[in-house]
Write a protein that binds this ligand. Structure first.
Ligand code: GLA
Length: 375
C-alpha cells in the first residue's frame, strides 16, 4: 500500500514539475581539455519552460537539447556524446558550427580575383565543411553569456587566420545562440568580417530525432520543406549547376510526408536524403522546413535567412558512434536541416554569391523552434 501511495505521489509531483515554471538561467561548467590542453566549457541555458540547451565552446557544439512532448515530458532531441573525449575521437559534425565553408567545394579548388586556391580534400575528391580542422574543431571564445529580460544569450567568436585550411583572409566570426525565456526555440545569429575577399558559408549541423536521440530512427517523422526545387548534383554531391523541380520525385516535401515513405526509391550508397533545397523566397527570413513526430507530438520549425537548406537523413550513421548514455546511432537515427548557401557556390556563377569582401558584413540567422502539434 505504501509503495502504491508513493508511486501515485511521485507521478503527481513529476507532472506538476513538468508544467511548472523553472528557474531560468545560464550555468557554466568545465568540460575537459582538448588534445592541445585548451580548456573547454559547457554552458547550460535553461528557459522558464524548463527547456534546456547545452552548448560547449569546442566547435560551438549543441550537445543536448531537452524539449517537451505533448505531456510536458522533456527528452533530449539531438544526437551527440556524453563527454569531450567522445567528440575529440571523431564524430560526423554532431551539433557543430560548420565553417568557413559549410558543405562541399568541388575538388577543393576555387579561383578568386585571378588566384587559384587549393583546400584540403576530405570527402572523396572534394572539400567538405571547412576542411580538416574546420570551425567544428576549434575552441570558440565566449564574448557574452547573459540572461536579459527576454532571452538567454551565449555569444561565441572565432578568428580564423589568413591561409587557415587554405582560405584567404583573416575571418572573424561571431555566432550568437539565444533562447527566449518563454518560448522553446534556439536562435542562431551568425556574422563575420574579413580583411581579404573569401568565401563564407556558416551553419549548424545538429542531428535531430524528435522522439529523443536514443529512440531509433526518424523515418516515421513527417517533413515539409518550403522548396519546389533542388540543386541537381553528381555522384560526389557537387551541383551540376542545374536547378531541378522536386515535383514527381521522392525529393518532394512540399506536403507533409513521412521521411521514410519514399526513401527506398533513392539511389546512392548509403542511400537516403542528402541534398540541397532551393528555398523560396531566396532572400529574407522565412519558414524553411517543418518536422512533426506523431508519437511525441513534438514539432520543429526551421526559419532561416539562407537561400538553401541541406536535408540529410543520417545516411552515414552506422552504429559505430556510441552516443549519449550508450545510445547506438544507426542509419537514419537523426536528420539534419542545415541552412546554407548552395554547395560549391564559389564555382557556380548562377548561384547566389558567397564571397565576403573586406567592406561588408556576412550575416545569417536560423531559428529552430519547438512546439507541440496535433498533426
Ligand atoms: C552533410 C553532408 C553529408 C555528410 C554529413 C556529415 O550533411 O551533406 O553528405 O557529409 O554532412 O556526415
Amino acid at each position: 500500500m505504501r509503495i502504491i501511495c508513493f508511486t501515485i505521489a511521485s507521478i503527481i509531483l513529476m507532472n506538476a514539475g513538468a508544467f511548472a515554471q523553472t528557474k531560468a538561467g545560464i550555468e557554466k561548467r568545465p568540460f575537459g581539455k582538448t588534445t592541445e590542453g585548451e580548456p573547454v566549457d559547457l554552458y547550460i541555458l535553461t528557459n522558464a519552460n524548463g527547456m534546456k540547451t547545452k552548448i560547449m565552446t569546442f566547435g560551438g557544439i549543441v550537445t543536448e537539447l531537452w524539449a517537451p512532448d505533448r505531456d510536458g515530458k522533456l527528452a533530449d532531441v539531438v544526437l551527440g556524446h556524453d563527454n569531450l573525449k567522445g567528440y575529440l575521437d571523431g564524430h560526423p559534425y554532431f551539433g557543430a558550427l560548420v565553417g568557413r565553408y559549410a558543405n562541399r567545394i568541388a575538388k577543393g579548388k576555387f579561383t578568386l580575383d585571378g588566384k587559384e586556391y587549393t583546400l584540403a580534400v576530405n570527402n572523396g575528391p572534394n572539400a567538405l565543411h571547412g576542411g580538416k580542422r574546420g570551425f567544428d574543431k576549434v575552441v570558440w571564445k565566449v564574448d557574452k553569456a547573459e540572461m536579459t529580460d527576454k532571452a538567454l544569450v551565449l555569444q561565441l567568436s572565432y578568428v580564423s587566420k589568413d591561409g587557415e585550411e587554405g582560405y584567404p583572409g583573416t575571418l572573424t566570426s561571431t555566432v550568437t545562440y539565444s533562447v527566449p525565456l518563454n518560448s522553446n526555440e534556439v536562435r542562431i545569429d551568425y556574422s563575420a568580417t574579413t580583411d581579404k575577399a573569401t568565401p563564407v558559408n556558416l551553419t549548424n549541423h545538429s542531428y535531430f530525432n524528435l522522439a529523443g536521440h536514443d529512440k531509433g530512427d526518424i523515418l516515421g517523422q513527417e517533413l515539409t520543406i518550403n522548396a519546389e526545387e533542388y540543386t541537381l548534383a553528381d555522384d560526389t554531391l557537387i551541383p551540376t549547376g542545374k536547378i531541378s523541380p522536386v515535383k514527381g520525385t521522392p525529393f518532394d516535401f512540399t506536403q507533409s510526408t513521412p521521411i521514410g515513405k519514399r526513401i527506398g526509391e533513392l539511389k546512392g550508397e548509403p542511400a537516403g536524403y542528402d541534398l540541397n533545397y532551393v528555398l523560396r523566397p531566396g532572400k529574407g527570413f522565412k519558414l524553411a522546413a517543418r518536422v512533426f513526430d506523431p508519437k511525441s507530438g513534438r514539432e520543429l520549425k526551421v526559419f532561416t535567412t539562407e537561400p538553401g537548406i541541406q536535408f540529410y537523413s543520417g545516411n552515414f550513421l552506422d552504429g559505430k558512434d556510441k552516443g549519449k548514455g550508450g545510445a547506438v546511432y544507426k542509419k537514419h537515427a537523426g536528420f539534419c536541416l542545415e541552412a546554407q548557401h548552395f554547395p560549391d557556390s564559389v564555382n557556380q556563377k548562377n548561384f547566389p554569391p558567397v564571397i565576403l569582401k573586406p567592406d561588408a558584413v556576412y550575416s545569417q540567422t536560423t531559428v529552430y523552434n519547438f512546439s507541440i502539434a496535433a498533426k
